[in-house]
Write a protein that binds this ligand. Structure first.
Ligand code: SF4
Ligand code: SF4
Ligand code: SF4
Length: 332
């Protein structure tokens, strides 16, 4: 929720936005207009990367203001939103819900990226598919209210497993449970564990089996991480455990660059130049590979990274490599 009373109109949110060109004066003017509910170029140019919510020094959540206006001014046509919502809504009856103290939610990735959910790390009870979809996608489509509308049901279905701990395979799932539910006033009756925290715990318990990968890698920090920056230290710990150096690059941490796949959702132009810039930044920083937390980022960066001979490694696969379960990429 946008906290108007916390905004001191510093303009940083739009000045520092990587996707909008605004000097301070312009930024302040646009923010003032938007606070009055008016349309500005920001409504169309914002690619919904959530960065400004993390950047805002007073935690006023400027993206939430923009998101509300994207919905009001129908940034994405209503019929497209309705169709997507109905496609992702589960209407059946839930059967055979696993009951366990700790369960992993693999969201929709069982079908699309099953190869990333293999091996001993994933040898725990799992749930997935449409009933366990977190709906974060909709704030990428200018329809934040749909995300909020389904949030309680999402939490209830997870709670129905009786699990004391839910491990989130996807960063978006964690963002919803750990970052957004408090905003929505929803209680989460289980502990939420991010994939990186789970991997750190697993590798720490198996430390004697680890082989350092001696790899220099860039990290592709996904947009959803903007909602929960407090868990970032687990990424660093995981890199350390795997013997991987996280290269210092322009587009990392608070200055991370969205993989730009959302531009396609929003019909906001060609993502290719942005992807190329991102990959080039990794290469220039001396990276031998790019590690991604979000499977969608892998799909988005794939072609440009291949062109630059930069293997893309899913975060979970990094752990599997250190465990000796799969081979590290052959470097040129
Ligand atoms: S929302 Fe935050 S960053 Fe943006 S103008 Fe207000 S205080 Fe500054
Ligand atoms: S969400 Fe991202 S693209 Fe949109 S205004 Fe904020 S920083 Fe810019
Ligand atoms: S897949 Fe790309 S667009 Fe989607 S949340 Fe991740 S970084 Fe952002």
């Amino acid at each position: 929720m946008f906290k108007k009373e916390q905004c001191d109109l510093c303009g940083d949110c739009l000045v520092k936005c990587q996707w909008i060109d605004a000097e301070k004066e312009q930024a302040v003017e646009w923010m003032t207009e938007m606070m009055d509910g008016n349309h500005t170029p920001v409504v169309d140019q914002c690619i919904t990367c959530y960065a400004c919510n993390e950047i805002c020094p007073t935690h006023a959540n400027p993206f939430d203001l923009i998101a509300g206006l994207q919905e009001k001014y129908q940034r994405v046509a209503q019929d497209v939103i309705d169709m997507t919502e109905s496609k992702l809504t589960f209407t059946g009856e839930l059967r055979d819900i696993p009951q366990a103290d700790r369960i992993m939610n693999i969201c929709l990735f069982g079908k699309t990226d099953g190869h990333l959910i293999q091996g001993e790390l994933y040898d725990l009870p799992q749930i997935g598919g449409k009933p366990y979809f977190c709906w974060i996608l909709f704030s990428h489509m200018g329809a934040e209210s749909i995300q909020q509308k389904h949030a309680q049901e999402f939490v209830d279905r997870l709670a129905a497993t009786g699990a004391k701990e839910i491990v989130c395979f996807h960063d978006d799932c964690y963002a919803m449970l750990a970052g957004l539910t408090p905003e929505y006033g929803i209680d989460v009756p289980f502990k939420v564990i991010h994939l990186s925290e789970y991997l750190v715990e697993y590798l720490t318990a198996n430390k004697d089996r680890l082989t350092p990968l001696n790899l220099k890698a860039a990290y592709q920090r996904p947009c959803a991480s903007r909602h929960t920056p407090e868990k970032e230290h687990f990424i660093d710990e995981l890199f350390d455990l795997c013997g991987v150096t996280r290269v210092e690059r322009t587009f990392d941490r608070e200055n991370a660059k969205c993989c730009a796949a959302v531009k396609l959702l929003l019909n906001a132009g060609d993502p290719k130049p942005d992807v190329a810039e991102n990959v080039l930044d990794a290469k220039a920083a001396g990276a031998e590979a790019i590690v991604c937390l979000c499977p969608m980022c892998i799909h988005s960066l794939e072609n440009a990274a291949t062109e630059k001979n930069l293997p893309l490694i899913f975060l979970g696969d990094l752990a599997r490599m250190a465990l000796g379960e799969i081979q590290p990429p052959a470097l040129p």
